[in-house]
Design a protein around this ligand. Structure first.
Ligand code: ARG
Length: 269
């Protein structure tokens, strides 16, 4: 499992906590766009440092799209192909066309799931080995697995999300290499937990506390892991030889998002 070819990000210039579509979003909580921007900037500078500036593609934000900073939630990208979905909640629906226009301009061959089917893109898709792990149940429809298989010619492992707190697969599952994964069992039911336990690799069980700090919502680039601050798991990963860089992401957590949500990865071969 190598690192992705590049990442796409979008500055939170118009970010706001205006609606509540997941249990993390308390619209009465104080929210600072300025702080969000500076937290995002610190993360991106670290990406540029580790990945190289060429690998970090920045999309221009658009007014009114308050959560387009979670740039991958409408699309999965792999090997120059893009599968676009539709958002479950109408509040975020207008983002898809904007992201699609941008990525088509970048040269991706794009396809859309059929009308009436929900799919929240990179939030629900995690590459592990040569497979696509696909989360469904809260935001995405199970049927999308067929479109993922057809579009990318890869097998999927389909995992149903069972709780409102961990509504996207990338909030509960973190691949750390071909032989190592981390996951939060509380997000899944007994059958899917048994499926994950049967994977022939080492598995780290993420605690509820770490899961709530969005530990699984991290980005890995070779042996460098970009993760949220204050997660107990990071010490374990450092002992295993990872370089963990920690970031304060308080404003994004108030939206129910973390570092992985801010970062659309283009997986390559
Ligand atoms: N407030 C956003 C939503 O509920 C957060 C999205 C987080 N994205 C992710 N990939 N987990 O849709």
């Amino acid at each position: 499992m190598g690192h992705p070819r590049e990442v796409y990000v979008c500055p939170p210039e118009h970010v706001a906590l205006e609606y509540s579509i997941n249990p993390w979003m308390d619209t009465s909580a104080p929210f600072s766009r300025e702080l969000a921007l500076s937290q995002w900037q610190t993360l991106i500078e670290s990406y540029q440092d580790v990945m190289g500036s060429e690998q970090v593609k920045i999309c221009t934000p658009r007014e009114g799209l308050t959560e387009v900073c979670f740039f991958g939630d409408s699309v999965f990208l792999c090997e120059d192909k893009a599968l676009f979905g539709e958002f479950r909640h109408p509040e975020r629906a207008p983002e898809r066309a904007y992201v699609q226009e941008f990525l088509e301009g970048e040269g991706f061959a794009s396809r859309n799931v059929p009308p009436g089917v929900f799919f929240e893109g990179a939030g629900e898709t995690v590459m592990w080995r040569d497979k696509i792990l696909f989360g469904f149940g809260k935001r995405s429809d199970e049927v999308v697995r067929h479109f993922l298989r057809q579009t990318f010619g890869k097998d999927t492992i389909d995992l149903e999300l069972e709780t409102d707190d961990f509504y996207h697969l990338d909030t509960a599952f973190l691949p750390l290499g071909d032989d190592l994964i981390a996951y939060y069992p509380g997000a899944f039911g007994p059958i899917d937990n048994a499926t994950i336990e049967s994977f022939d690799c080492e598995k780290i069980v993420v605690s509820e506390e770490d899961a709530k700090a969005f530990a699984c919502n991290a980005i890995l680039w070779d042996k460098v892991l970009f993760g949220s601050r204050g997660v107990a798991l990071w010490d374990d990963l450092r002992r295993r030889g990872f370089e963990v860089r920690e970031f304060e992401i308080s404003e994004f957590l108030k939206l129910g998002g973390g570092i992985k949500c801010l970062t659309l990865q283009h997986y390559g071969v």
